[in-house]
Design a binder for this molecule. Structure first.
Ligand code: FE2
Ligand code: FE2
Length: 185
């Protein structure tokens, strides 16, 4: 059985107790890639699109790779919608938060804002402003996020597109999540 701390409220915890938790936390962190892969598999179901949400992720990542993106960017393309599984209403923020400790500020910003930038392709059908992205026009990563959406994300709903399978990307996911995470506590 797992060793337990002695406290029942945190203010009574000792250094020994918190050392125990730190060991558990780091083991939990090391198995994150495995859980992320399982979350991706949860996206392999029925959807109102012509393909599953998992296929959309795989197509986005395949396009990124074919355009010569580096491994980190490919993994971001693969996981940009992973937040759908645990936080559908703000999926961009959830995806970005999971990836953030392991990726650059630029890739973080793109994943974080991709949902708003994707609005360019559908918001006008609801009499909403499709150009919400313009508020970031002067941001250094604005064009990168425009390109992420136009070249990879918004195109990847095609039942005839030959995306790479999930297994192909697993070593890339493992590589990115084996990096030493930056802390944002
Ligand atoms: Fe998205
Ligand atoms: Fe997407």
């Amino acid at each position: 059985m797992t060793n337990k701390v002695k406290f029942t409220s945190m203010d009574h915890g000792t250094k020994e107790d918190y050392d125990l938790i730190a060991i558990h936390d780091s083991e939990n962190e090391r198995s994150l890639a495995k859980r992320v892969i399982e979350w991706l598999k949860l996206m392999d179901g029925d959807s109102p699109y012509q393909i599953s949400r998992l296929q959309h992720c795989l197509q986005t990542a395949t396009r990124a790779e074919q355009d010569g993106a580096d491994t980190e960017t490919i993994v971001c393309a693969l996981l940009h919608d992973i937040g759908d599984v645990i936080s559908p209403v703000n999926h961009s923020q959830a995806s970005a938060a999971i990836l953030r400790p392991y990726i650059s500020e630029k890739n973080y910003w793109i994943v974080l804002n991709h949902g708003l930038f994707q609005g360019y392709y559908w918001m006008h059908h609801y009499d909403e402003n499709r150009n919400l992205r313009d508020q970031y026009r002067d941001h250094p990563y604005y064009q990168d996020c425009v390109d992420f959406c136009s070249e990879w994300d918004q195109k990847s709903f095609d039942p005839d597109y030959k995306e790479k399978p999930l297994d192909y990307f697993i070593p890339m996911i493992e590589e990115i999540f084996s990096r030493k995470p930056r802390s944002f506590v």
